[in-house]
Design a binder for this molecule. Sequence first.
Ligand SMILES: Nc1ncnc2c1ncn2[C@@H]1O[C@H](COP(=O)(O)OP(=O)(O)OP(=O)(O)O)[C@@H](O)[C@H]1O
Length: 268
Amino acid sequence: MSFLEVRGLSKSFGGVRAVNEVSLDLKQGELLALIGPNGAGKTTCFNMLYGQLKPDQGSVKLNGQELVGQTPRKIWRLGVGRTFQITATYASMTVMENVQMALISHHRGIFSVWPPASRRHRPEAKALLELVGMESQAERAASVLAYGDLKRLELAIALAHSPQLLLMDEPAAGMAPKERVGLMQLTADIVKERNIGVLFTEHDMDVVFSHAHRVLVLNRGEILADGSVEEVRANPRVQEVYLGGGSTFGEQGAGEEASGKQEGLADA
Ligand SMILES: Nc1ncnc2c1ncn2[C@@H]1O[C@H](COP(=O)(O)OP(=O)(O)OP(=O)(O)O)[C@@H](O)[C@H]1O
């Protein structure tokens, strides 16, 4: 059963209809990709789901509770986490301290002098670092981490709040191909193990086709297709939007020529 129900979400900026009557459902344990060409409305959708942007109309229900009109803080409290394209960590703190701070916030801790933050929630923080494969780097400063490790740390921070729904904004952007596969496999494992729902945007089609359980295609603010990887790949309208109708998703390298920012449209 769907725990996230989005109905008729719309947003205009002046004369631009950025998102038009978008509806979607997400189940627990599902990894749903939201894809579309540049300017399709993906970020606008994410910002509305997370309360950073007020929709002109529509509804976003998490377990039946309306999120539209709530602040991002309240939405976060209700169980929605988000990771961003630009990782948000405290550079001067260690990896462990970053996760501890997130746990203090989750447990509504007060930043009192005693006990010091460095002693709080250590076992829980350690378990989260183990989950994302970062336990060996726990005492390193976040500032010296490789980009891929920063993304893993960001995931641990987002999970510290035990979200039911995780919104991931281009999680694999800027990563080397091997790191991308590793991060997405980790995300897929976490989705399964914790039975959470993940909605992610992505321009790298290899990442989408290898890991998404279902794919939603946006074009000019409207949903063009919603289905399994196989259904979406075979959809002529999707191929038209991405590749100008001149090729298919299965053809090596076709995507880069036709769609600028889109990457890796070869067979996943
Ligand atoms: N704050 C804003 N003010 C005016 N227009 C905006 C604003 N935010 C987005 N838009 C417009 O809304 C449309 C959808 O933009 P959005 O950023 O949601 O697309 P996107 O699919 O996330 O694109 P990209 O893949 O390039 O990040 C675009 O035409 C964009 O120019």
